[in-house]
Design a protein around this ligand. Structure first.
Ligand code: N1C
Length: 262
């Protein structure tokens, strides 16, 4: 009689590395630089792939640092024109729809580094030069300084530092934390916008069509929190509910809704 074998111990509480991670990174790098933005055709995807792997392989996945990603950042340096940066928080899908239609606007995922990493998971281990496909540290249950969280903080910081002119943020007015001080946008990006470079931050507070509640609008106190942080940083701020160009994208899916007919 054979007892069923116990599953291998799961070291961490988060999802493991994405299968075929390095191949996906390389493939996305070539897709972006050769097909989507040929102006970046000079980028060295072989080096970029290596720098990405070296940022976390053979390292303790709870002691990841900004420093680990410096070479990768250098190799993926990219100039985004002024007036074209789009930030978002809890509105990923809608913000990306907007920049897909509006090809001259960029979210972080419309830049090379964001495009490569979007939706992937990765971690290694100090005692091995392999990726850990079984589990990776969960930011809350295990540790904050894990390779994925540190990566997004690092690249989001650079994206915000480089923003210039009129910049936009798409916020979700159908949830309680329309503006969240602990989100990447609230914790990293707004604090790294340069007052001399950014002429105004325009917030679009979007509401789900057919949503029963609109939790927050531009007149909600939670938006004042954002306003206050920006006024202290000397960055002009405006807010508009259901900005029409983005509202039209929502209406594509619900053309018969009364709010789309008028
Ligand atoms: O924490 P958030 O949103 O406010 O982060 C969004 C904000 C955007 O403006 C981006 O520039 O920060 C940047 N950013 C990403 O581009 C990104 N892509 C994928 C931050 N995080 C990103 N991710 C993953 O989604 C990452 O794992 C992070 O923890 C979530 C954040 O999503 P959110 O809470 O909706």
């Amino acid at each position: 009689l054979k007892w069923p074998r116990a599953p291998p111990p799961r070291a961490w509480n988060g999802t493991g590395s994405t299968p075929h991670f390095s191949e996906i990174v390389l493939g996305r790098c070539f897709t972006y630089t050769q097909l989507l933005r040929p102006e970046l055709g000079h980028a060295d995807c072989g080096q970029i792939g290596k720098a990405f792997m070296n940022a976390f392989l053979s390292k303790d996945p709870c002691h990841s640092s900004e420093q680990d990603y410096q070479l990768l950042l250098k190799l993926t340096n990219q100039t985004i024109p002024c007036h074209s940066s789009v930030f978002w928080s809890k509105s990923s899908q809608l913000a990306h729809l907007y920049t897909t239609v509006q090809q001259d606007m960029f979210t972080l995922e419309d830049t090379l580094i964001g495009y490569i990493a979007d939706g992937l998971n990765w971690c290694g281990d100090a005692g091995s030069n392999e990726m850990n496909y079984q589990s990776c540290p969960h930011w809350r249950k295990d540790c904050i300084n894990n390779p994925v969280s540190v990566f997004w903080d690092t690249v989001s910081k650079r994206f915000a530092e480089n923003a210039c002119g009129v910049v936009q943020v798409v916020l979700n007015g159908s949830i309680s934390n329309t503006f969240d001080k602990n989100s990447t946008f609230g914790r990293v990006e707004i604090h790294n916008l340069h007052p001399g470079k950014v002429s105004v931050l325009k917030a679009w507070v979007m509401h789900d069509i057919g949503g029963v509640y609109s939790y927050h609008t531009c007149s909600s106190p939670i938006i004042d929190d954002l306003k206050l942080i920006l006024s202290k940083r000397n960055i002009p701020f405006t807010c508009e509910d259901d900005y029409r160009p983005i509202k039209f994208l929502q209406c594509v899916k619900s053309p018969e809704d009364s709010s789309c007919r008028k």
